[in-house]
Structure formats: structure tokens, C-alpha cells
Design a protein around this ligand. Structure first.
Ligand SMILES: *Cc1c(COP(=O)(O)O)cnc(C)c1O
Length: 379
């Protein structure tokens, strides 16, 4: 089945009891049993819910996996992956990553004796050199947030495999329409479904997709044992969002290309980070592992102060100043004070995350209107 067909049909059957074409929201916490242990596969809704089951089957298909596990947020999904590890184990993560991921590793998991190191992965050889005796998990985000750096998933996975180390790829920025890490050798794919999968900025949700059934079972066990499950209404919203994923992401990428070129030619803009530019250092990798170049971009101002960034951030009308990304509407954000405020300034500066860096999540509005809005704000 091709992608555009999968988003509509994979894992989804008309409801057997009524014929309802759309997966019903099974708003129930428990299920009737005929006799003790004699039931229809559902006992208690933390363990299983039919709306969630349909979404998990759909997600598994979108990432070419065998199983998916859904959570109440992207960070709850991350939490479950880390729970596969033990005290003393080490995580090697890319050094330019989602602020909440960093915060969980440093502020929560370090207290449980899990070590995390953050390294530049633009050259896969750096990963090979950094692997130590306790390294058990490699954490990749690509393109990275907010610098839009690229990591060669296939090359890093090949190195990890030689050392018997698990790889998890946070695929939130790309979405399954643009990139499928399991095909490139990853063991686990993570999505904050809050972003492109949900796509309408109306739900917080996370998921994991795996290609090994046994690993899927372990993660379902953690999901049930720790309990950070999404409600059925939220699963319904993600299922509904996914039906237009390919159309939304395609249009957003087309818009992003036009906006990236507009910004690159603007006299007040110092640099634009967007992997579609042939001079972008990760361009060749992006072309190899992504279907299009994505709808996220960031740019820096020539006047590189927080104040000048603030003026632009407060002056747009169509671009809403807000955290998050991946919705139908365009958003503008200031990573240093918003999404990445939990990362110390000196760590931020090391990866080029300056006080004047502005991040855009491009939506599916008309590109000309979006460009006009930015033109006025920069003026
Ligand atoms: C938003 C986000 C997360 C966290 O997901 P939540 O649903 O907000 O918990 C993780 N990784 C990336 C890349 C994100 O953008």
C-alpha cells in the first residue's frame, strides 16, 4: 500500500457492531466479561482501548513497523524508551535537540543513575568515537530543533548495530510522510503526535513505532505498567489528523521553500537554516533520507540582539507567536526564551542558538500572504 492510501485505510475497519465508517471514540474505562477471563480482548482501558488500537495499527503502517505504542505526550513516549535501560547505562544524544528531551535526561533520569552525553552527530564518525562501555541507547533527532542540522540515520544506525546499541529516532520534525527511520536501521521511532500527526494544534499526544515485535511487547508492558496513556478522544483526533498528513506536509514544505528563499534575500536577515538550500551542510543527507526538505526553518538577524528579534516576533499577524509546530497554521517562536529556555545559555550558544534566532513552523496558508506578513514584520 502506498503512503496516501495508508493514512486513510491502514488499521482502520468500519466498526463491526454498527458499521460506523469512522473509528468510534470508545469512551469507557472497562469492558464486560462473559465469565472471568472470557472477554473480547479488552479488559481495562489503561491496558487497551479500541480507538487507541486502531491508531496504533495505523501508525505502525505509516512508519513501516510492526507495532506502535501510544502515550499521553511525546515526552511520555520518551520516558518509556528510557525505562528500557538500567542504572549505570548511558545515552548518547545529538547535541542540538528538543529542550524537553534534554530536560528529562538531565533533570529526571540523571537522578536514577542514567548518564547522558550530548554530541555533534553531523559526522557519524563522532558517534563511533563517543561510544563507551556503558552506552546502551543512541538518541537522534533529525532535522534538529531549532538549528535544522541533519544526522545521517543510516550511517549512525550501522555504527550502533556493530556495537549492539539501540537507536531511537525522534521523527517529529520530519513526520512519517518525509522520513521513515525504521527503513534506515533505527529500532524505535518517536513522534510527538502533538505536531504534524495531529496537525491541528488541538491535542497533546505521543507514540513509538518499532519493527521488532518483542521490543513492542516490552514497550506495551511499560505503557501499561507506568500508565501514561492517551484518552480515546485524543486518539480519535490524531487518527483524524493523519488522514490529511500527506497533503498538509506537502503543502507546508512547498510554502517553506518559498519563504526560505524570501528570507535568504532579505537585507535584515543574516542566515537561514533550511535543509533545502544546496549550500546547507546537511543538504545531501536530507536529499537522501527525506522525501521533501521539511516545513521548519530558523533564521538569524543581522542585528543579533534579543530586542531586534522581539520586534519581529511581536509584529507578525498571520504567524502566531507560540510554542509547538506542525499545525495547519503558521507559528513563529523564539527558541532561546521559549522552547529551549531550559538549556543553559552557554550550551545554546555552542550550537548557534543565539538570542536573535527565530524559528518558523510553516503552515498551509497561502505562501504569498505569509511572505507579506514577514516582510512587514521585518520592515
Ligand atoms: C514537541 C516535541 C517533543 C515533545 O512532545 P510533547 O508531545 O510536547 O510531549 C519531543 N520532540 C520534539 C522534536 C518535539 O518537537
Amino acid at each position: 500500500m502506498k503512503f496516501a492510501t495508508k493514512v486513510i485505510h491502514a488499521g482502520i475497519e468500519p466498526d463491526p457492531s454498527t458499521g460506523a465508517v469512522m473509528t468510534p471514540i470508545f469512551q469507557t474505562s472497562t469492558y464486560a466479561q462473559n465469565a472471568p477471563g472470557d472477554h473480547k480482548g479488552y479488559e481495562y482501558a489503561r491496558s487497551k482501548n479500541p480507538t487507541r488500537t486502531a491508531l496504533e495499527a495505523n501508525l505502525a503502517a505509516l512508519e513501516n513497523g510492526v507495532d506502535a505504542i501510544c502515550f499521553g505526550s511525546g515526552l511520555a513516549a520518551q520516558d518509556a524508551v528510557v525505562k528500557l535501560l538500567k542504572t549505570g547505562d548511558e545515552i548518547l544524544a545529538v547535541n542540538d535537540l528538543y529542550g524537553g528531551t534534554y530536560r528529562q535526561l538531565i533533570r529526571v533520569w540523571s537522578q536514577w543513575g542514567l548518564k547522558s552525553r550530548f554530541i555533534d552527530m553531523h559526522d557519524p564518525a563522532n558517534v563511533d568515537a563517543a561510544i563507551g562501555p556503558d552506552t546502551r541507547l543512541i538518541w537522534i533527532e533529525t532535522p534538529t530543533n531549532p538549528m535544522l542540522n541533519l544526522v545521517d540515520i543510516e550511517a549512525v544506525c550501522a555504527i550502533a548495530k556493530r556495537h549492539g546499541i539501540m537507536v531511537c529516532v525522534d521523527n517529529t520534525f520530519a513526520s512519517p510522510y518525509l522520513q521513515n527511520p525504521l527503513d534506515l536501521g533505527a529500532d524505535v521511532v518517536l513522534h510527538s503526535a502533538t505536531k504534524y500527526l495531529g496537525g491541528h494544534s488541538d491535542v497533546v499526544h505521543g507514540c513509538l513505532i518499532v519493527k521488532d515485535a518483542e521490543l513492542g511487547k516490552q514497550l506495551h508492558f511499560i505503557q501499561n505498567a507506568s500508565g501514561a496513556v492517551p484518552g480515546p478522544q485524543d486518539c480519535f483526533l490524531v487518527l483524524r489528523g493523519i488522514k490529511t498528513l500527506h497533503l498538509r506536509v506537502q503543502r507546508a514544505c512547498e510554502n517553506a521553500e518559498k519563504i526560505a528563499h524570501f528570507l535568504a534575500s532579505h537585507p535584515k536577515v543574516a542566515s537561514v537554516n533550511w535543509p533545502g538550500f544546496s549550500h546547507h551542510p546537511g543538504h545531501a543527507i536530507a536529499a537522501k533520507q527525506m522525501r521533501m526538505f521539511g516545513a521548519m526553518l530558523s533564521f538569524d538577524l543581522k542585528d543579533n540582539t534579543f530586542d531586534s528579534a522581539k520586534r519581529v516576533l511581536s509584529a507578525t499577524h498571520l504567524f502566531t507567536l507560540a510554542e509547538s509546530l506542525g499545525g495547519v497554521e503558521s507559528l513563529i517562536g523564539h527558541p532561546a526564551s521559549m522552547t529551549h529556555a531550559s538549556i543553559p545559555r552557554e550550551e545554546r550558544m555552542k550550537v548557534g542558538l543565539t538570542d536573535s534566532l527565530i524559528r518558523l513552523s510553516i503552515g498551509i496558508e497561502d505562501a504569498d500572504d505569509l511572505i507579506e506578513d514577514l516582510k512587514k514584520a521585518l520592515g
